[in-house]
Ligand binder design. Structure first.
Ligand code: ATP
Length: 134
């Protein structure tokens, strides 16, 4: 089977671009495996991990949701933000987790709960992805 060209792009930069064998994406309804010759789709992603296999090599990219487009030529992920697993700053993610937990524990009148919950989910997922890929 010929490889699939994968591009993962955030609002800030190209996070990943290569010809790969298998891509597994965090679709909004669960994990979505993409093999070469996959039917064209356009769908939403949730915050999570994109896992990529190329020969014996495996890579992992964290994304904070976004869009997935599969065409005959390529697979494109447009993410709000993200980084390759090895670029995750774990201390920063831990600080973000503590801030979010503090906000949720001391809920005040103007606390934006969904925002704090999203920040907590991003930070916990970053830590999990970094840990899994050590
Ligand atoms: P923080 O409060 O630490 O900014 P956040 O979850 O609000 O965390 P995002 O909005 O997801 O941050 O990302 C903003 C930018 O900062 C993106 O470019 C993202 O790649 C980068 N970033 C955020 N957290 C980390 C991290 N732990 N390691 C590496 N880059 C990060």
């Amino acid at each position: 089977m010929s490889p699939t060209n994968l591009q993962v792009i955030s609002a800030e930069k190209v996070l990943y671009e290569d010809d790969v064998d298998i891509v597994v994406c965090p679709g909004i309804e669960g994990e979505l495996g993409v093999l070469p010759q996959h039917a064209p789709i356009f769908t939403l992603l949730q915050t999570g991990e994109i896992r990529v296999k190329k020969g014996e090599q495996e890579d992992s990219i964290f994304v904070t949701g976004g869009f997935l487009q599969i065409t005959q030529e390529k697979v494109v992920v447009l993410a709000d933000a993200g980084e390759q697993a090895q670029d995750i700053d774990e201390e920063r993610a831990s600080r973000a987790k503590e801030r979010a937990e503090e906000r949720l524990n001391q809920q005040e009148q103007d606390t934006d709960i969904p925002r704090a919950e999203n920040a907590l989910h991003r930070s916990v997922t970053r830590l999990r992805v970094a840990e899994r890929n050590k």
